[in-house]
Ligand binder design. Sequence first.
Ligand SMILES: C=CC1=C(C)c2cc3[nH]c(cc4nc(cc5[nH]c(cc1n2)c(C)c5CCC(=O)O)C(CCC(=O)O)=C4C)c(C)c3C=C
Ligand SMILES: [Fe+2]
Ligand SMILES: [Fe+2]
Length: 349
Amino acid sequence: MSVIPPDAPSTAPDAAPAEGTGRPRIGIILSNLGTPDAPTPAAVRAYLREFLSDTRVIEVPRLVWFFILRLFVLPFRPRRVAHAYAGIWQEDSPMRLILAAQVAGVQQRLDTAFPGADVLVRPGMSYGRPALRASLDELQAAGCDQLLVLPLFPQYSATSSAVAYDQTGRWLRAQRRLPGLQIVRDYHDHPGYIAALADSIRRHWAVHGRAERLLFSYHGIPQPYADKGDPYPQQCHATTAAVVRALGLAEGEWDISFQSRFGLQEWVKPYTSELLAQWGGAGVASVQVLCPAFSADCLETLEEIAVENRDIFLKAGGQRYEYVPALNADPAHLDFLAGLLASRITALR
Ligand SMILES: C=CC1=C(C)c2cc3[nH]c(cc4nc(cc5[nH]c(cc1n2)c(C)c5CCC(=O)O)C(CCC(=O)O)=C4C)c(C)c3C=C
Ligand SMILES: [Fe+2]
Ligand SMILES: [Fe+2]
């Protein structure tokens, strides 16, 4: 369970802004969801306990969920999920490795764009390591008095992006000397992001040729969350429409679906696995799947989409299945992210 810091500001003296440069020192956090420390049941259990204790993610009444989580989820799920992580693990979790590469690439681009300026870029996970709040501590200790937080969720959801706001808010609550702060809420229809996605598909086509269908598969959320006003599904549809326009796709050449369903509730539909099974059975021979909600490859893309859903499609009768990788640390993605941040930095100077 995450520990909320005390409301009173810390007794430690806050670092002063950088002196002598005449410019504010700017700290940037690239934030993602978080991932276990190791592909083991113990590490996955610790990760799931923190993640699934967040009321942003699970809206079941606390006492009821306390028992469900401890009696039915944490004793069983970690073993199965750890096995899935073991299948995608590199020297570390892909999400953490990719975030480190994204941070390095954005730092290098901002150093070039703002020569002589003090811009520090750091990674920050909502759950697990490196924690968003620890990176904020680090930036503050380095004297940053202007902070920019960029959650790497292109489409806003209360279950993902809002957690980065919550973590930042908890950190602020414990500070006496507050920095200037901006948080990027979403970039689901930003022309640079749409261009980077469309370009990644064109590059995939250049190597592999085209398939009969292009499927845009997004991480799902429970349908009741959408009914209560979470704009995530609309933003997923808007991203898809913009990429479809950029690629000039015709009706019938593409579709949209939602993956990663968890629990017994109804989630936003159609479900990726059901749609792929239906297509395979209906004679669709080839499909390419893109996951635009994920700025970095992770368990949900490398295992659920690239392995599990491939099996579903091929077993149902499909013949060719390809996953188009996430934007990760592609130069076009890093250029876009650095450009998005540069426009905010310019407004600060
Ligand atoms: C109610 C449960 C969940 C909601 C709502 C949810 C929303 C959501 N998640 C992401 C991005 C990622 N989720 C990832 C893993 C993951 N997600 C859930 C549950 C919900 N997600 C679980 C339980 C897990 C862990 C794996 C498992 O037990 O099945 C990941 C991958 C992390 C990794 O380590 O690789 C990402 C990324 C978004 C964008 C989102 C809402 C839009
Ligand atoms: Fe998730
Ligand atoms: Fe999943």
